[in-house]
Design a protein around this ligand. Sequence first.
Ligand SMILES: Cc1ncc(COP(=O)(O)O)c(C=O)c1O
Length: 440
Amino acid sequence: MSKNEKELRAEIAGLVKDFYDVKFKDEFYIPGETPVRYAGRVFDETELQALVDSSLDFWLTSGRYTDEFESEFADLFDLEYAFLTNSGSSANLLAFSALTSPLLGDRKLKPGDEVISVAAGFPTTVNPIIQHGMVPVFVDVELGTYNIDPRELKKAIGPKTRAIFLAHTLGNPYNLDVIQELVEEYNLWFIEDCCDALGSKYNGKMLGTFGHITTCSFYPAHHITMGEGGAVLTDDDDLARAVRSIRDWGRDCYCAGGENNTCGKRFSGQYGTLPKGYDHKYVYSHIGYNLKATDMQAAIGVEQLKKLDGFIERRKENFRLWTEGFKKWEDKFILPYAIEGSDPAWFAYPVTVKEDAGFTRTEFTDFLSQNLVETRNLFGGNLLRQPAYFDIEKRVVGDLKVTDLIMHQTFFLGTFPGLTRDKIIFSLSVIEKFMERLPL
Ligand SMILES: Cc1ncc(COP(=O)(O)O)c(C=O)c1O
């Protein structure tokens, strides 16, 4: 007798597990031969099974897995709305775009408005400000936390300042007490880029629940992955409407894919100067994009989300192991720290080579690289020194001295769950070798 769909799906899932066991399960680590990566995807057969299950639906665009992911992701933050996007950069673009929505009336951001950010960060936190004809205001950061300097932040606010858009650097929370005070006092919008900070907390609350709108990334280096992916979160009904619309071509209609007439007035509404009853599916209330992800990405995300707590614990433990190892070289390096009240789910372990260390960052990271230990620079260093930013309209507060220092002297090591204790022990032995070669 031929098998039905359910039986075939179960059989395929069993085969996928066998495949996982053969191809991925027993990855051996050989110190000195296998590279010590700074990041990477961590998964088991369940992600592969979900991915294949979704592909068998052949729905392709957002569907049942997207609904499930969005609902569970919003619950994780205890927020009303989560919207899946095709990357963290798209999430940043979308979140910022939503603040320009006509739905916000006088509160909407306009070209020429100033938005406070930092130059020691990832480009796509800053880019949406420029792409919308607004003026980024660059403030210096602190060594050790690599976050905005709260004293400089207070000085940065001017008559045109309308918003703060900041990433929690490498998962380390910035001073949200100071920021929330300023947001209230000056009636600012606050966008929290949590792309590197999923699961970090401040005063016992999840990062991402402090801002008006929040973004996450699911690129493989991040706390959970779906290959490419991101999300926008908010509790605000107007922002949610704007995000949905702008993500989905700018359309006014909010029917899920494949559904019709959720609003009940698909052929009876009056919009703009369109003829009465013009099909709501083709009514556009925002200048939008298409930033949706596929259901196959969401399927992977649903499984990754189940592993998040364990992933966070591993990141914290790896941070602790690095700190223990680096302690004896504190005369050479500035080690990272978190401010009071914060509980970071570290994206990475940032380290700054001291000016009088007797070696440069490049000499050190090159040695590690030759010995198969990966490091990364703190993203773009000082973004204002990158070719793309030479001619942008901007305001700079102070001399960005620490930002420049980071560009020259800071690097980071991994904390991701695939970084096992033996890999950290090997990496520390490589550092020991480097130190032994230094002249006394
Ligand atoms: C702070 C920050 N924001 C945004 C992004 C962009 O995320 P994505 O790579 O998913 O576009 C990144 C990327 O790693 C990031 O580190």
